[in-house]
Design a protein around this ligand. Sequence first.
Ligand SMILES: NC(=O)c1ccc[n+]([C@@H]2O[C@H](COP(=O)([O-])OP(=O)(O)OC[C@H]3O[C@@H](n4cnc5c(N)ncnc54)[C@H](OP(=O)(O)O)[C@@H]3O)[C@@H](O)[C@H]2O)c1
Length: 363
Amino acid sequence: MYLTNQIQREREREREREKMEKENSNASAEVMRNKQVIYREKVQGSLKETHLEVRTSSERPKAHKDSGTIMVKNLYLACDPYNLNLIKFSTQLGSPVPGYGVARVLESGHPNFKKGDLVWGITRWEEYSLITAPETFIKIEHTDVPLSYYTGLLGMPGMTAYAGFFEVCSPKKGDTVFISAASGAVGQLVGQFAKLFGCYVVGSAGSKEKVDLLKNKFGFDDAFNYKEELDLDAALKRCFPEGIDIYFENVGGKMLDAVLPNMKLHGRITVCGMISQYNLEQHEGVHNLINLIWKRVRMEGFVVFDYYHLYPKFLETVLPQIKEGKIAYMEDIAEGLENGPAALVGVFSGRNVGKQVVMVSRE
Ligand SMILES: NC(=O)c1ccc[n+]([C@@H]2O[C@H](COP(=O)([O-])OP(=O)(O)OC[C@H]3O[C@@H](n4cnc5c(N)ncnc54)[C@H](OP(=O)(O)O)[C@@H]3O)[C@@H](O)[C@H]2O)c1
């Protein structure tokens, strides 16, 4: 009897041990897992969801002591038109998609970063990333705003709007300003900076919902749906009977051609982006460039990277404006990495309403 009880107890202990081992091995598999969005098939023409694939790797990167690297947990990823450039020109097939994101440092082998720091910069579309050049990352010091804002309003697109408008457009109070892709991450901010500066602001966007947002949430003086206007020249003449002082160019193509004859004398065209051209194998031509001469217009391209030294000044200006409710901001958040490919592809057809973000983890 005693023996039977002992055997029974031994069996129970064995079952308990097996259960614990199973739980531990599940836990360690859980610890090692790293969900990723992989660049699977070469992009030719438009970016499609089938070019990308969601996979789970069983390895998680490590930042070794004094390696100069950091290992981060990605929290929010930005869907920027710029992702397409990074994918096409700097990503090997089989690697995770690169792009801007907000992350928390889990391990640091770099003297400037410690475990727990929040950062934003170019990371990769996966749960955990090894960052080999952490010097390019900016530490997040202000956490009394949503962290996702550092993918947009307080990140690269916000800096683009700020530098593009204040440093390149040479704005004057009372200027008439036209912005294309105006409800996007950059456009919505350029419009609000211009309004706060004292300009007359009109934007174009691709749906009635976006036009309403421009007029009612972002305070634009006027807006139109470029997809419903049969004659873009007539729409611009209706909104700007005296002409345009500043055109903030985000789309290129037909819109740029329509804007050129509507520019005022000594107007400025700030070329930020040309999203209508990115997915074309052959770029469209521009026909009305002669207006640059007749109207003495300055047309100038710029890249945000040349202005990052202004980031502290930008934060000093914009953080109080957000807190005082002077700047409105709209995000479109896709939950989970598995919804990332559709969210990114959607940016190129205007499916996003506001800044498209992918939430990887709320921590
Ligand atoms: N120079 C720089 O350093 C710099 C930095 C950041 C961004 N950029 C450029 O700035 C522009 C805006 O960026 P963002 O971050 O604001 O973009 P976003 O928030 O991702 O918005 C993109 C919007 O562009 C519009 N769009 C898409 N395809 C279009 C097409 N074929 N024709 C016309 N509009 C189209 C869509 O809105 P609708 O529904 O209104 O069509 C879409 O929602 C892009 O061209 C981007 O490449 C440049």
